[in-house]
Every structure is written in structure tokens, then in C-alpha cells.
Design a protein around this ligand. Structure first.
Ligand code: FAD
Ligand code: DLZ
Ligand code: SF4
Length: 521
């Protein structure tokens, strides 16, 4: 009798229609799921992130069993646990003597490198399948990128939208427009507050996991107090229903708005569920389109949402695989400054950063514009080492996996890739944050003060980065003209900016070792 097919399912592959069990018979398959120490600690993830993944894995295993699958589930505290995917697959091979291992490719380079060694390590056939939960395969992206001088999300997005027939009418974009970004940059209205999203009370499985995480990872960053993420597909669908019914309508216009203390606004809060595999991204886009066709949401909101998923999400995944492993080391601007300690403690008198870090600690989440234009912008302007920034983002967000986090960090916020993803660095002064948020009214600094005491630190830092990278940035047509403004300032004013920026930079206390990775020894 040939042995069974062994089907390892990783923590971000919690999809009922996953390619690896598809087409297999339940009585000749063993599904293997593994809570392993290496994954929980290769960086010291936010406690909510570990709890979310373990809880979602345990719920998914229970659903598979209910559906008649044989599931071999290895818990973290199993005394025999080998601590790594490869070690656990090796033990499962001993237990089950499979005819073959059938697995979906990993989301991250690091894990795929280990998986690529399995055919040589194990005595049976190993079949590694493409992850077809993405609209574009890695090969699709490589074909699209080939021969192009510049890779730009917009054109990739348009191709995928046509292919998926999303928001298309007779081969043309609905209403004749591909891009409605210009309608999607409204500042927050005074007193604006969005309908709250559904919160999911931890059930017994989640409570057990929370206890495990407090016990084993209690000194990791973040708090578990407000754990309320969807941990099953049904819960994730409820979260999506509420978004479509109550928040999609205003998603577009207020996409870039920030309000102190309001951590969700009109965002979907679905990234954790999409990335775990609980929600199908294409289905979400089709549902958004249906809301438009039914007259329940305006085109700018729906196109904005579809653009984030079929556009940015697909694009950064293709970009990651196209540019790895080099992307992890990219540092075009030679940024070497250590990450400030306040990114971990939240102790800063810059009100915008303090609020974004508070939300990050409490929720393992901050919305896009907080990640990009507050947290990311500061790191860019201050010249923080991209590797330290990338580790921070990978640790602190419950939706963070390297394939989506790294392109956003290295390429989108830090320009460390030298402009392969974005045509210019997203650098902004305090004026932008003041326009798009209510943060500045509660801050000790003034966004209208340009330099010296009380000036918003983003103002002098903006000119400092422009001055220190003039050689690289001046020839960029999207940035070059600001140097005319700089040159027109009198020398004293320029010097005041530079001195002020130096003071801000000198006052930054470097993060102590051990937040992101366990110190050696
Ligand atoms: P919404 O605003 O409701 O957007 C809808 C969906 O679009 C999201 O759920 C997400 O799946 C997708 N999306 C939106 N923007 C992006 C983007 N830039 N890249 C990829 N997908 C996108 N997203 C992650 O899922 N994991 C990460 O680790 C991550 N790291 C980021 C780091 C930085 C520096 C920046 C600027 C962005 C990062 N993002 C990341 C993208 C984005 O900020 C989050 O997807 C979003 O905040 C999640 O909240 P939401 O579900 O409410 O998103
Ligand atoms: C992030 C994570 C964590 C914390 N723990 C596990 C785990 O114990 N078991 C597991 O299967 N997956 C975990 N994950 C998600 C993996 O890191 C993710 O599947 C890979 O990054 C994909 O390449
Ligand atoms: Fe942030 Fe500057 Fe506004 Fe303070 S003044 S909240 S530091 S942008």
C-alpha cells in the first residue's frame, strides 16, 4: 500500500480552496499544521500577531476535521516539537511514511528557501504548487516586467483589472476612468467618526492561545488586551459584510485622512483576514463592484478599494519576488541611523507619531496613511537604516508578512530601491500631516513654524533630506523643481533649517537591542 499524501498547510494558507488539498481524497491524505518556535521568533512579533495566527490555525484545523480531513496538528508546547517547518515535516514523514508531500509555495523568501531543500531532504516526491490565491502568478509578473524600463503599479493594475473583468464596461474602464485617486484625498471633517467595525470576542480556543502567548512571548512588543480580530472565515465574512454595508461608501474620499484616537475610520480592517487566507481578495473586489452597480457606493470609493487589492497588493507581491533577495539589503540613500527607541515605547512629544505608535501597540494595526506618511515619512526624512525599519514593520503589524511588508517599507516609504517602485520619495513636511489630520492641534510643536524651537520636526527634516541627497534627487523631474525653492531662500534661512534638523537628529535615542530580535547570548 502506498503511503498517504502529506499536505503541509502553513499559517498564512488557511484557505478552504487551497491548491494542495484540492483534488485529493480525504482518506488518502494527511494535512499537517505546525506551530513552530522559529516562525514565532525569527522576529519578535507583536503578541496579537502570534495569537491571531495560532488561533486562526487551530480554528482552521477544527473546520478541516469537521469536514472529514485527517489533520495532524502540532502545538507549540508539544515536547517533541522540532521548532521549524523542515524539522516538523521530517517528523511527520517518519510518522506517516507518505508517498508524496504536496505543498503550496511559501509567501516569504526565507521559508521558500527552506522548502526548496525538501526534495533533497525527504525520501518521497515533493510537489510544490503555485499559490493561486493571487490573481497574478510570479511568472505573470516576471513576463509583465520583462523589457519594461520602469515598473509602475498603475499599468499592472489596469492589466489585472481587464483580465479579471473588474469595473469594466465593454472593454473600457467604467465611466471611462481607470484612476479616481484625485477624488480620494479629502481631509477629515471636524468631529468625523466612522461606524465601528464588529469586534470578535475571544472564544475558548483564542483564550487558550492568548494565555500561551502571554506565557511564552510575554516580553514581545504590544498588548493583547484589545484582541478582537476575526479568527475564522465566518467571522472574517461578517467583518467584510459590515465594511461593505457601513464604510465602503466613504472609504475613498477619507482614505488618506487621520483623526487622533480613531484607529479605523473608513478602512476595511480586512488585511489580517485576507493575508491569512480567510477571505478571497478577488471575491472582495467583486463584492465592492456589486455595491457600485447596485448604487450603494460611489465609483471613487469602489475603484479605490479595488486598486488597493488588485493593484497594490498584487503588485507588491510580484515586486517582492522579482527583486528578492536584493530588496532586503537595498539602501539607495545610504541610511544608517538606528531606529529611535520611541518607535517601541511611543514616548515622543510628536503627537502624530505618538498616536500612530499607540494604535500599533494596542491594535497591532495602523492604517495605511499612518504607516506611510507619519511613521514611514519620519524614517525616510531622518535617514533610518532600512533593515531596522523593515524589522519594525514586520514585528508590529498583525497583517505583516515579508512579501507585503518589505516592498512597502524598502521601496514605498524609504526609496531604498532607488525608485524601482515609486517615481520619487514620499517625503513630506508637517504641512501635509496638518492638512490631512487633526494631530497638530494637540501637539507641542507647530506645523507652521519652520525651524528653531517649537518648529514641527518634519519641517527642518524635510529640507535636510533634500539637501543631503541633492546629488541623487535633483535630476528627478518629480522632485527637481523644489531645489529652485531651496536655492531662492537666503543662506541664513537654509542654515536655520539644517541646524534645526541636526538638533532633532542628535536628540534621537537609538532603540535598545532586543525589541525586534532576541539579543545574542
Ligand atoms: P484598507 O485601507 O481597507 O485597504 C484594503 C486592502 O488593500 C487591505 O486590506 C490590503 O489587503 C490592501 N492594501 C492596501 N494598501 C496596500 C499596500 N500598500 N500594499 C499591499 N496591500 C495593500 N499591508 C499588509 O497587508 N501587510 C503589511 O505588512 C503591510 N505593511 C505596510 C508597511 C508600510 C510601510 C505601508 C506604507 C503599508 C503597508 N501595508 C501592509 C499596506 C496597508 O497599510 C495595509 O494593508 C492596510 O493598512 C491594512 O488595513 P485595511 O485592511 O483596513 O486596509
Ligand atoms: C507568522 C507565523 C507565526 C508567528 N507562527 C507560525 C507557525 O507557528 N506556524 C505556521 O505555519 N506559520 C506561522 N506563521 C506564518 C508563517 O511565517 C508564514 O506561513 C510564512 O511566512 C510563509 O512563508
Ligand atoms: Fe506631527 Fe508636526 Fe503636527 Fe506635531 S506639529 S503633530 S510633529 S506634524
Amino acid at each position: 500500500m502506498p503511503g498517504p499524501v502529506l499536505i503541509p498547510i502553513l499559517g498564512d494558507q488557511l484557505t478552504r480552496t487551497l491548491a494542495s488539498p484540492r483534488g485529493q481524497t480525504k482518506d488518502n491524505s494527511v494535512i499537517l499544521m505546525m506551530e513552530v518556535w522559529d516562525e514565532a521568533t525569527y522576529v519578535r512579533h507583536h503578541k496579537q500577531k502570534i495569537a491571531l495566527i495560532f488561533s486562526a490555525m487551530r480554528h482552521f484545523a477544527a473546520e478541516l476535521r469537521d469536514a472529514g480531513w485527517r489533520v495532524d496538528y502540532v502545538e507549540l508546547d508539544d515536547p517533541e516539537n522540532a521548532g521549524s517547518f523542515t524539522g516538523e515535516v521530517a517528523r511527520a514523514v517518519e510518522r506517516h511514511d507518505p508517498e508524496k508531500i504536496r505543498v503550496v509555495e511559501a509567501g516569504e523568501w526565507r521559508v521558500q528557501a527552506a522548502m526548496d531543500e525538501w526534495p533533497d531532504k525527504f525520501p518521497c516526491e515533493v510537489e510544490i504548487l503555485p499559490d493561486d490565491r493571487f490573481s497574478a502568478s510570479k511568472a505573470d509578473f516576471a513576463d509583465w516586467a520583462e523589457g519594461r524600463k520602469q515598473l509602475r503599479m498603475e499599468y499592472f493594475y489596469r492589466d489585472l483589472r481587464e483580465r479579471a473583468d473588474l469595473l469594466m464596461d465593454g472593454g473600457k474602464p467604467v465611466d471611462g476612468q481607470w484612476n479616481l485617486d484625485a477624488d480620494n484625498r479629502k481631509p477629515p471633517k471636524e468631529g468625523m467618526s466612522a461606524p465601528p467595525r464588529p469586534l470578535f470576542e475571544p472564544d475558548e480556543i483564542t483564550r487558550d492561545v492568548i494565555e500561551l502567548v502571554e506565557d511564552r512571548f510575554g516580553d514581545h512588543f504590544g498588548s493583547l488586551d484589545k484582541f478582537n480580530w476575526p479568527v475564522t472565515r465566518d467571522e472574517a465574512e461578517m467583518a467584510a459584510d459590515a465594511f461593505f454595508a457601513e464604510r465602503l461608501e466613504k472609504f475613498g474620499p477619507y482614505q488618506d485622512a487621520m483623526v487622533a484616537g480613531q484607529d479605523q475610520l473608513y478602512h476595511s480592517m480586512l488585511s489580517t483576514s485576507i493575508n491569512l487566507g480567510l477571505l478571497d481578495p478577488l471575491d472582495l473586489c467583486q463584492r465592492a463592484e456589486q455595491s457600485y452597480r447596485d448604487g450603494k457606493a460611489p465609483l471613487n470609493s469602489v475603484e479605490g478599494f479595488v486598486r488597493q487589492i488588485i493593484g497594490w497588493r498584487e503588485y507588491v507581491r510580484g515586486f517582492y519576488w522579482h527583486h528578492m533577495p536584493g530588496l532586503a539589503e537595498a539602501n539607495e540613500l545610504g541610511a544608517e541611523r538606528p531606529l529611535p527607541e520611541f518607535y517601541w515605547t511611543g514616548e515622543t512629544d510628536m503627537a502624530c507619531l505618538a498616536d500612530c505608535i499607540r494604535s500599533t501597540r494596542e491594535n497591532a494595526h495602523a492604517h495605511h496613511i499612518q504607516r506611510l506618511m507619519v511613521l514611514g515619512n519620519f524614517c525616510l526624512l531622518a535617514g533610518i537604516d532600512p533593515r531596522q525599519v523593515a524589522e519594525w514593520y514586520l514585528v508590529v503589524y498583525a497583517d505583516a508578512y515579508e512579501w507585503v511588508e518589505l516592498p512597502n517599507v524598502a521601496a514605498m516609504i524609504l526609496y531604498a530601491d532607488g525608485g524601482k517602485l515609486a517615481s520619487k520619495p514620499y517625503a513630506a513636511s508637517g504641512n501635509y500631516i496638518n492638512k490631512m489630520s487633526d494631530y497638530c492641534s494637540g501637539c507641542t510643536y507647530s506645523p507652521s513654524k519652520k525651524s528653531g524651537e517649537g518648529a514641527c520636526p518634519f519641517n527642518p527634516l524635510y529640507w535636510h533630506i533634500m539637501d543631503r541627497h541633492r546629488g541623487k534627487l535633483e535630476s528627478n523631474p518629480r522632485i527637481g523643481r523644489i531645489y529652485a525653492t531651496w536655492d531662492r531662500m537666503d543662506a541664513d534661512k537654509r542654515q536655520a533649517y539644517l541646524d534645526s534638523a541636526e538638533e532633532v537628529l542628535d536628540a534621537l535615542e537609538p532603540a535598545r537591542a532586543g525589541w525586534a530580535r532576541k539579543p545574542e547570548g
